[in-house]
Every structure is written in C-alpha cells, then in structure tokens.
Design a protein around this ligand. Structure first.
Ligand code: COA
Ligand code: ZN
Length: 313
C-alpha cells in the first residue's frame, strides 16, 4: 500500500530559476514522462508575472499541452487573483497559493506582506468558488520561509501556526510548510510538524524542503517520523527561489523515493522510470544536477568484481 504522496515540483521550482528557458514542448514531454511514474501530483508551472519569472511565461501552453492521467493531480503556483483566474481558465486540478511566513521575504518575492497575501486569498477563494470550473479545484497554500527567512533569520513557530490557522479559516484545504532556503534542521522539523498535526489533525500538510545545507533528506525523514505523508520534491534536485539569496535546489525526488523505499515506506513511484526522467535533465537545462542516485545507481546496484592479480607464491 502506498504510504506517501509525492508532489513533483521540478518544472515549477526547478525551471523558474534556471539560467535558460526550457522550451515549452520539452516541459510538456518531461511532465508527461513524470505523470507515468506514479507520482501523486505534479506542480506543472506557475501563473505569476512573466516579468518576474520569464522562464514560466508559457504556463498556459504547458497546462494545455500535457496529457492528463487519472490519479495524477496537476497543480500550479499562484500568488494573486490574476494568477488564480489564469489557472482556472487552464483547467488545473489544484491551485497552490504562495505566501511567505516572514514580511521581508514576502516583500522581496511577492511584493506583499503575509497580511496582504491573506487579503488576496480571501478574494481568490471567492473567485474560485463562484467560477464555473472552480468548485472541484483543491486550494492549497504554500508558506515560504516557515523554518527561517534569509533576511530575518528565525521565524517563530507560533507565527507559522497562527498563519496556518488563518489560512484554514479562510477555506484553504491544504498547507505546505516550506523551507525555502534550507535553514531547517531535523529537530526543528519534528517540533513544527508535531505541533501542526496536534493542533490541526485533519489538515493535509505537505513538507517542502530545500537541500541548501545538506539537511533535506534528514528533514524529510524527521517530518515522516512526526506523521507527515505528503512531500514536495524536485527531479534531479533542481530548484530555488530567485528572490531569496543563496537559495539552491529542492530535496531530490528520486533520492527521496530511494530513501523511503530503502526503509520500507512505499511511495507508489516507479523509481526506475523516475531515474530515466532524471537522466533527461542535464540536456534540458544544460548542466549537471545535484541528484545522487541517478549517478551512483540504486543501493542494490552491483558492480562486476575486478580481475585481481594472482598473489605471488
Ligand atoms: N500573471 C501574469 N501577470 C501578472 C500576474 C499574474 N499572476 N500578476 C501580475 N501580473 C502582471 C501585471 O498585469 C502587471 O503587468 P503590466 O506591467 O504589463 O501591467 C505586472 O505583472 C505587475 O503587476 P502588479 O500587480 O503591479 O504586481 P507586482 O509588480 O506587485 O508583482 C507579483 C507582484 C506577485 C505578481 C510578482 O512579483 C510575481 O509574479 N512574482 C513571482 C514570484 C514567484 O514566482 N516567486 C518564485 C516562486 S516562490
Ligand atoms: Zn521551493
């Protein structure tokens, strides 16, 4: 039985920060390959300002061009009402609203404080729920800098929990706690996840880690041990917020799947198919990726024994 739900974010969190534009048909080809691997969700793109994120200016074409598979939810990142209207028109299954837990990152990334984002969300929820295609659309919200802000440092747990509670009161159905610049550590992750699940036991939480300081998989394991079953991850470990200094890639999807499968937690994902998709990335983005298992092979890989010289008698 599948025990985890993995949301693939490479074509959003990954491609948004690449130095070069990945052609639309290549994005579509990659998403179609990922859809066939057993992933629960794919965050295909974002409906943001094309001036802010030129790499994702083809969002509508990407969503229109991909094959839709039953059981694979297509979600998109949305910062404001305009983005929500564009997302609804494209026919997605889920809208992933994005806001920051800290004022400074909110202003740098979205030109909105958390309060201003919440005011947008109230409007977005009423737009979505009154839209002819909006009734079945799942509304998630991603809280950037939930584990620390590159400008302000520590973000108090009480502040994050208060924002979660306000999001749920507004009618948001799921919340992603995001470690935007890899500042979280496993003890902090355990503490926030336990507190969040104790206070909001029926809320679907997703954890979104970046591997900026090498703690991504350790943090994911800590979250799972605390009871979290939904994770964002990025093929090849691509990713990063262009408006957060020092941001680097997300926790790598195939490395995350490999780790959980190794410890007997079923992800429902075909790791070989995922590794084949990951192997497509260097050509698409023009550089090597941080993924490890794609280079080393799975832990059960066996190498031919070298022929050794016969010992001299
Ligand atoms: N989709 C497309 N265009 C949008 C848009 C959206 N969701 N939101 C705003 N725009 C356009 C506006 O129409 C306007 O265009 P114009 O200059 O041609 O008139 C321009 O963007 C500026 O709009 P404004 O409402 O003044 O927004 P802003 O300049 O305050 O920017 C954001 C706010 C959030 C729209 C913008 O900063 C953004 O999209 N950022 C992307 C953040 C992101 O994706 N970060 C990484 C992921 S965490
Ligand atoms: Zn991210």
């Amino acid at each position: 039985m599948t025990q985890l739900q993995i949301n693939e974010v490479a074509t959003r969190d990954g491609f948004q920060v690449e130095a070069t534009f990945v052609p639309t048909e290549e994005k579509i080809r990659l998403i179609d390959a990922l859809s066939a691997t057993g992933l629960a969700r794919i965050e295909a793109t974002s409906f943001v300002s094309p001036k802010a994120i030129p790499n994702l200016r083809d969002a509508a074409e990407v969503v229109a061009g991909i094959q839709r598979r039953p059981g694979v939810g297509i979600t998109v990142l949305v910062p404001n009402v305009k983005g929500a209207e564009r997302a609804l028109a494209s026919g997605v299954d889920e809208i992933n609203l994005v806001m920051s837990a800290s004022d400074s990152h909110g202003r740098a990334n979205l030109r909105m404080t958390p309060e201003q984002s919440l005011a947008q969300y109230a409007e977005i929820l009423s737009v979505v729920r009154s839209h002819p295609q909006g009734s079945g659309v799942f509304i998630n919200a991603s809280l950037s800098t939930s584990f620390g802000c590159p400008f302000e440092g520590k973000v108090p747990q009480a502040r994050v929990l208060k924002l979660v509670s306000r999001l749920l009161e507004l009618g948001v159905e799921g919340v992603s706690l995001c470690d935007t610049t890899g500042m979280a550590n496993p003890a902090q992750v355990a503490s926030l996840c336990e507190a969040a699940l104790a206070r909001f036991p029926s809320a679907p939480f997703t954890l979104h880690f970046h591997n900026t300081r090498g703690m991504g998989l350790a943090n994911a394991l800590a979250a799972w041990q605390a009871g979290i079953i939904r994770f964002d991850a990025s093929l090849g470990g691509l990713g990063g917020c262009p408006f957060a200094p020092g941001a680097t890639g997300n926790v790598c999807t195939e490395d995350l799947v490999h780790m959980f499968e190794q410890i007997g937690v079923s992800t429902g994902v075909d790791l070989d198919a995922l590794l084949a998709a990951s192997a497509m990335l260097p050509e698409l983005v023009g550089h090597d990726t941080p993924g490890q298992v794609v280079k080393a092979g799975k832990a059960d890989r066996r190498y031919p024994m070298p022929i050794l010289d016969q010992p001299q008698r």
